[in-house]
Design a protein. Structure first.
Length: 115
């Protein structure tokens, strides 16, 4: 490690983890999720297929519920996505400043007499 053993701070020349890279623990969780998903996706599809094909209406309803839950995981409903509150969003302020040149009685605008 390139940390100072007394302060725990990075030593000179060690900027730490590059911006945008994932933590090791995050990478491990993502890998675990991928393995679980891949290992059980086929089984889930088989179960869902059996429920859909069942003559029992309650099995078909259960299949629809499971399908909707899984579909929401991949494509969440709009109200479940956090969006900024539009009522509280700051509104832009527009200013229009009109500057008029001060013209003298003779039609000139300055001391030098130029229009």
């Amino acid at each position: 490690m390139n940390n100072d053993p007394h302060t725990g701070q990075f030593t000179n020349g060690n900027p730490g983890r590059p911006k945008g890279t994932k933590n090791t623990r995050t990478l491990q969780w993502e890998e675990l999720g991928k393995e679980i998903t891949e290992a059980n996706a086929g089984r889930f599809n088989e179960l869902l297929g059996r429920l859909w094909d069942s003559a029992d209406l309650s099995d078909q309803l259960r299949a629809a519920e499971l399908f909707l839950k899984v579909a929401e995981f991949f494509k969440p409903k709009l109200q479940r996505i956090q969006t900024p509150d539009l009522e509280c969003a700051p509104r832009p302020i527009h200013r229009i400043i009109i500057c008029e040149k001060d013209h003298g009685e003779d039609g000139t605008s300055g001391e030098d007499g130029e229009p």
